[in-house]
Design a protein around this ligand. Sequence first.
Ligand code: AMP
Length: 475
Amino acid sequence: MTKAKTTKKPAAKNSVKKKPVPAAVKKTAPVETKPTVRHLEKKSAKTYQHLMGFKDYLGKEFLTWDLATAKAWELARAYGFAPIKTPIIEDLGMYKKITRSGQEKEFFTVDLDPGQKGALRPELTQGMFRAYLENKSEDSSLPTRLFAIGPVFRQEKVGGGRYREFNQLDLEIIGEPKPISEALIINAAYRYLKELGLNFQLQINSLGDSDARRDYTNKLNAFFKERGRRTNLCHSCKKALLKSPLALLDCREDACLKARESAPQIADFLSVESREHFSKVLEYLDDLNIPYNFNSYLVRNLSYYSETVFEFWPVGVDGNTNGRQALAAGGRCDALLSFLGGKESACGVAIGLERITARLKEQNAVYKYPDEQELIYVAQLSESARVRALLLFEELRLAGFNVRQSFSVDGLRAQLEEANNLQAKVTLILGKKEIMDETILLRDMESGAQETIAIKKVKDKLDKKINRKVGVIYG
Ligand code: AMP
């Protein structure tokens, strides 16, 4: 007998022999089209990063951001500013109505219904005023001190503390034409920055009324156009000269700073009323012990400002101010409200939270909620105790105690370590024995002393040891 011809290759080491497929199955088996997990992993292996000009907040940085926000709420409440929340997208036309030169290019626009374009808000103030005017006819008791926090979007060059999405907190006083409203707004912003422990300098100037502004702009235009002067300006200032010579005063390029040294100053164009108004603002600041630097070139190049304008500039460890990275800015903006159809006067400030957070991070600011209360930690020692501990945790939380837990962690030592790290005042420990006896162990974290108490009495016992939070929605 001849040997059967073998064309089969020897099976490779470790290769798995294919099982013969039964004929019936072979005919009807559907073709496998579902992607396997490995398939998906391969497909989605591309990683993504945040876009330029946008930012993530997590871990300690988020806590720092949250600290800045919590402080804002605390002060806004104390000074009687009522919170307001407006949409992120508003009518593009509203923003276009009041722009500074070149600002239109900064809008992120959105197509809404046919013929209707929206814009991601480039600042909070306009939406706040729009909402106030829209609602006031129906509700005459609307507050006139408004406070908002939220993201704003600008399509601008990024870097050096400039983002395309950043968060502002905005305080506005509506209906008060007297200098006291500027003083109150400046005071609130000043205390906010001071209480966060930041180092800064207040820059202040007066733009006078619209006549003063118009005459000054004409004079400035003529000044920069004088022979030889224009050629030395930076490219964007040359372009801005025609439309908005005030923008030149904001420029930080060396050539432009030099050119403005002998430029006319707006102080020489102010009316008697404007001078008196500004003197009164400065007098209030003196009375409130708020130091300032009179800066005759601070013009806040937005057509809606008049009378007082101001900025808060950070001061570095070298003692130098940095005007390119202002922490906050504002002024009297009667014209903005009137562009939107209002007759009242208005005054406000916008504070940039990204820049505040960056400074706090540099200074290793300690994170603490202003209304943080003493903490109770709930620990559990067995599967059967876990659910009971969770229920107790909810009960205490709803009763207004500041409670923490880590129910996914096993082992008392790890839980006590966490309680220590959180600086808990008391840890409540529930194990099998305690469940059977309807008791709980209460450990004083400072002394380490432990006592067993009836679980029914736990709230009374805690009340004697710890303050509950009153009127706080979250902790
Ligand atoms: P403005 O609305 O331009 O007067 O800015 C008010 C504040 O918002 C500034 O003082 C900054 O703190 C902050 N801010 C303005 N533009 C940006 C930006 N592009 N990125 C981050 N913060 C900004």
